[in-house]
Write a protein that binds this ligand. Structure first.
Ligand code: GUN
Length: 291
């Protein structure tokens, strides 16, 4: 058996086209062009690349983006002041603070300074808290977890009653995606470095979300035949046969898993493109809400 490939690139393109249409309508009907402010502190090269990609994607759907760079030596007060200034701007509908912040800065305090109505990353403790509470609705859902759920929806996966296993418990992916799965009535197990008999637990999954950041950790014989596998990992590994000398792989051993799973996301081209598409969708929603 060979798994169906879940084409994140194509699904992300569909989301981006929906956003572009929504932006056009908001500009035409209300004279409001959505604006996203990207705050980048320090010189983490990966963070610079991500912010560049996000700003380019904004331009492609008609969202205005504003870049703000602070040095790694910026004080807590400087970062929070910038965020507060952005909260007050009418042309900024969404604020994203690229993570991780340099050591020494209080991430929770910075994220708490983002206005709830502009929290397009969904990382404000209030939005995360609402995500965890029955009967409450966050204003925004974090982009990567939302992208995972959209991929499952587009694939026609029934989540109600399914056994879902989430590998990883980060604030950015593992925990919020687990909460979203619970909201879809899945039975959810969250695994981490202390989980016992990990391969056995993973083998119980009808739906597996791998978000641990360990290259090719999940082997083919960990996967239940026919399971749906969403691989959030993007790990760079040496590959002498590649021109650059390296290539990206997921947290799942794709070559093994593709023979066992029912459906699987590739890396690259699976979850990655969805993250940016869902951020654009959140930014459009923030601007619509402001109208
Ligand atoms: N760092 C890794 N993923 C993300 C994300 O989705 N948003 C922000 N702001 N920082 C990140």
């Amino acid at each position: 058996m060979t798994a169906t490939l879940i084409d994140g690139k194509a699904i992300a393109a569909k989301v981006r086209a929906e956003v572009a249409e929504g932006v056009e309508r908001l500009v035409a009907e209300r004279g409001i062009r959505p604006g996203l402010a990207a705050v980048l502190v320090g010189d983490n090269p990966a963070s610079h690349t991500y912010v560049r990609m996000k700003r380019k994607a904004c331009a492609e759907v008609g969202i205005e983006s504003f870049g703000f760079e602070l040095p790694a030596t910026a004080s807590q007060h400087e970062v929070e002041s910038l965020v507060r200034d952005l909260n007050a701007r009418d042309d900024v509908h969404g604020i994203l603070v690229q993570l991780p912040l340099p050591a020494g800065l209080d991430e929770e305090a910075v994220l708490s300074a983002v206005g709830l109505n502009k929290d397009v990353d969904g990382f404000h403790p209030m939005n995360m808290g609402r995500l965890a509470q029955k009967g409450r609705e966050p204003l925004f859902v974090p982009a990567t977890p939302a992208g995972c759920i959209r991929l499952l929806e587009e694939t026609g996966v029934k989540l109600s009653g399914a056994n879902a296993v989430v590998l990883g418990r980060s604030n950015i992916v593992g925990m919020p995606v687990a909460l979203l799965l619970v909201r879809q009535d899945a039975t959810v197990t969250i695994c981490h470095s202390r989980t016992k008999n990990l391969p056995d637990v993973v083998r119980s999954a009808d739906v597996l979300i791998a978000a641990v950041g360990r290259a090719q950790m999940v082997k083919g014989d960990w996967i239940k035949p026919g399971a749906v596998v969403i691989d959030v990992g993007t790990n760079r590994v040496d590959d002498p046969s590649a021109k650059s000398g390296s290539r990206l792989v997921g947290d799942v051993d794709f070559d093994q898993a593709v023979g066992v799973a029912g459906a699987i996301t590739p890396v690259p081209g699976g979850v990655g493109p969805m993250t940016i598409a869902m951020l654009l969708q959140n930014t459009l929603r923030a601007a619509q809400n402001s109208a």
